[in-house]
Design a protein around this ligand. Sequence first.
Ligand code: SF4
Ligand code: SF4
Length: 105
Amino acid sequence: MDKEKLKTIKRPISSVARPVKGEAGKTGNWRSLRPVLIAEKCIMVKKGEMSCLRCWLYCPEACISKTIPPKHDYEYCKGCGICAEECPAKAIVMEEEAKYREEEK
Ligand code: SF4
Ligand code: SF4
């Protein structure tokens, strides 16, 4: 962006992205790995209060709920594994999607 255009922007520039659920379409049908929450390990569940939410913050598809416990929306989750990577309590594990597809049949 050129300097003149930058001067016309009134709001402060931030690197924080706010994705909207479904922007990339329904990604759940091509996911190969599924994030699964181990609720008893989640910091929010343990504390019983809104406290961590790193999974919610870092999910690029905005498909984790801001609830206790956080819930994944598997219709829009693409299985990138960022939530599992960012979880400080290792409360999210990535499992083979095929296992669940068999169970859901
Ligand atoms: S794997 Fe986690 S971070 Fe990636 S899209 Fe699914 S819920 Fe979001
Ligand atoms: S990042 Fe992990 S510990 Fe934090 S709210 Fe999400 S699942 Fe719970």
